[in-house]
Design a protein around this ligand. Structure first.
Ligand code: HEM
Length: 146
């Protein structure tokens, strides 16, 4: 039997990212996502390219970190923890009062790219997948046409 035939007969096929909670699991669940978000905001605090977007946030990032962690849990197919605590959210609306153009979007994504690189437990394929998928909500957060 070839490898592919064997795989097609196996009950527990590896799931694609985006399928059910496969991405949430690949990200290490709530604990793994919290680590990613902590690294993300730490990078934002250090990266010169991100100083403008860091300044849009409150000095104390405790609630902000909690919000992004909870949002990403649901966004990756896990439990809807943001809604549970803070109510419904719509990403463009959540950013509508901010001045976000291409530079700000790219700075946000750069922080995420560097934070993803720090996650030793993540598969390289998952890091690439996540960065690619995040482009969409990041672009939808733009409030400025360029
Ligand atoms: C494109 C660049 C982005 C910038 C500059 C940006 C900036 C911000 C800022 C300044 C806040 C307010 C933080 C606070 O007051 O605590 C915020 C809130 C938030 N952002 Fe972003 N953000 C961006 C993209 C994203 C993306 C791509 C996501 C999700 C994948 C996201 C998820 C959130 C969430 C869940 C909140 C909390 C909203 C709420 O309080 O109801 N952001 N963002």
């Amino acid at each position: 039997m070839s490898q592919s035939e064997q795989n097609s007969n196996t009950k527990s096929l590896p799931r694609q990212y985006g399928d059910g909670d496969a991405s949430y699991q690949a990200a290490g669940g709530e604990v793994g996502i919290k680590q990613l978000v902590d690294d993300f905001y730490d990078v934002m605090g250090e990266l010169p390219q991100a100083s403008r977007i860091r300044a849009m946030h409150p000095d104390d990032l405790e609630v902000t970190r909690d919000k992004l962690t909870r949002f990403l849990c649901g966004w990756l197919g896990g439990p809807k923890l943001f809604r549970e605590k803070y109510g419904p959210i719509q990403i463009p609306r959540a950013h509508s009062q901010l001045d976000i153009g291409v530079d700000e979007r790219d700075a946000w994504l750069k922080c995420m790219e560097l934070a993803l690189e720090k996650q030793a437990a993540y598969d390289a394929s998952f890091k690439r997948y996540m960065l690619k998928e995040l482009f969409r909500p990041a672009d939808r957060s733009r409030t400025r046409e360029e």
